[in-house]
Design a protein around this ligand. Structure first.
Ligand SMILES: Cc1ncc(COP(=O)(O)O)c(C=O)c1O
Length: 442
């Protein structure tokens, strides 16, 4: 597979041109990467406007993922989420979405900006902020109870704890009612390359975003917006318009090259290396389980330890792991989440196993788990986000209306969403994530 962006920049740099154009570093290495950091000079194409090397590279990605069109983002899935929601605004009058509640905070801002009306779908068993395991029956009930047939359903899958929704079954319900299915697949680019693809596009999603940088060897910020072949062609222009509304005008060519180069890897050795990595992770999970650690069922590249069932608070277990120079992706009082890819070395897995076997699992501890709140909305997301606000301490916020969705990052899933009334229960959860203040409506 060709790498047109990477080749162009390399060639440009090799020619030793005098750079009387931006960026101001002129290719002189300060950080080290500057020689390859260019701007939209002749031949470099224009992100979302041209039909040159960027478009060619995006089309290569599109072939790899089997999409109608894939767009690159150098501003993460956060930008792609804004684009998906704005695409609804460009297509539908007063767009209305049903969304599983465990959204990333970018979804809230995206809806406020695009003036999208949202109702939440809560699972029957709502036990953790990060997870909202709804099935096709929950969705069908939500559609029947909704104020009207929504224009789109929005899911986050995989979630931060590695749960994957049954997108096949859910997409059948969406098709039955003629509703678009949009998926935040930020954690799941790699799912396409498993022996049996679990990628949302292959399971019936109409659009999804993938943070390539989370699970593929791509620089931070590199992401894809995929449009499925199920969609009308006009979604390509609609999404292009939405990208132009939300994106900056100085895309990072370092990130674009990284996305471009990744195509070659995906087209060649990635599937095999992924398969080996999944085998390593599965073996590691088995060893940990044999040694008393409670390992949650999860998507293949995550190792999710249920801390309390393994005898610890997640925060304490994480502190212990850090002493062994093992740094997890996410931890809270309940869970530790470790993410691996084929770019982890065998020695990383050995270090993790040695660390946990030295720390040792203990008998499970009993602790009060605070379940997330089922909220009532007082103001629309848009009205709340754009209302005058003030910052108050958590203790003073009970009964006030949330202004800005307050999150700990990771997981960046809001405990209370803009426009919802703050409860005592919310305070407990926010405190457990170290949040001390919150923006409320004046
Ligand atoms: C579930 C989920 N969606 C979206 C995002 C935003 O992705 P990005 O950081 O690529 O903008 C994140 C980031 O952590 C995430 O966890």
């Amino acid at each position: 597979m060709k790498t047109p962006i990477f080749d162009f920049v390399k060639n440009y740099n090799d020619q030793n041109q005098s750079r009387f154009h931006m960026p101001g570093h002129k290719g002189v290495p300060f950080l080290g990467c500057e020689p390859l950091d260019i701007t939209e000079i002749d031949g470099a194409d224009v992100l979302y406007s041209g039909d040159g090397i960027i478009n060619e590279s995006e089309n290569n990605t599109s072939k790899l993922f089997g999409s109608l069109k894939t767009f690159y983002s150098v501003e993460g899935s956060s930008l792609c989420i804004k684009v998906m929601l704005s695409a609804l605004s460009l297509k539908f009058k007063n767009p209305y979405v049903l969304a599983a509640r465990n959204v990333h905070r970018s979804f809230i801002m995206a809806c406020a900006l695009a003036n999208v009306d949202v109702d939440w779908i809560y699972p029957k068993n709502y036990t953790h902020l990060c997870s909202c395991n709804i099935d096709e029956n929950d969705l069908e009930t939500a559609i029947k109870n909704a104020k009207r047939i929504p224009d789109a359903v929005y899911l986050t899958s995989p979630d931060y704890l590695g749960n994957i929704a049954d997108i096949s079954a859910i997409s059948k319900v969406c098709k039955k009612y003629g509703i678009l299915l949009l998926v935040d697949n930020a954690h799941g680019s790699y799912l396409k390359f498993l022996t049996d693809s679990l990628h949302p596009l292959d399971l019936g999603a109409d659009m999804c975003c993938d943070s390539a940088h989370k699970t593929l060897p791509v620089l931070t910020g590199g992401a894809y917006l995929h449009i499925s072949k199920n969609c009308d062609n006009d979604y390509i222009d609609v999404c292009r318009r939405a990208f132009k509304i939300h994106s900056g005008t100085s895309p990072s060519y370092l990130i674009l090259q990284s996305l471009d180069l990744c195509n070659k890897y995906l087209a060649t050795s990635f599937s095999q290396e992924l398969s080996n990595c999944v085998d390593n992770i599965t073996a590691l999970k088995t060893r940990l389980a044999e040694n008393g650690f409670a390992i949650e069922k999860s998507e293949p590249l995550k190792i999710v330890i249920n801390a309390a069932l393994s005898g610890y608070l997640g925060t304490d277990l994480c502190e212990q792991l850090k002493k062994y120079n093992v740094i997890p992706e996410f931890y809270d009082q309940d869970f530790i989440v470790l993410m691996a890819t084929p770019q982890n070395k065998d020695s990383d897995f050995e270090k993790l196993l040695d660390a946990l076997l030295s720390i040792k699992a203990k008998p499970s501890i009993k602790r009060e788990t605070i379940k997330p709140t089922y909220h009532k909305r007082v103001l629309s997301l848009r009205d709340a986000v754009f209302s005058p606000q003030e910052v108050v301490s958590l203790a003073d916020s009970v009964g006030r209306i949330c202004g800005a969705a307050t999150v700990a990052c990771p997981p960046a899933v809001p405990v209370v969403v803009s426009g919802e009334r703050i409860t005592e229960n919310d305070i407990k959860i926010m405190s457990s994530y170290g949040i001390t203040h919150i923006d409320v409506i004046k």
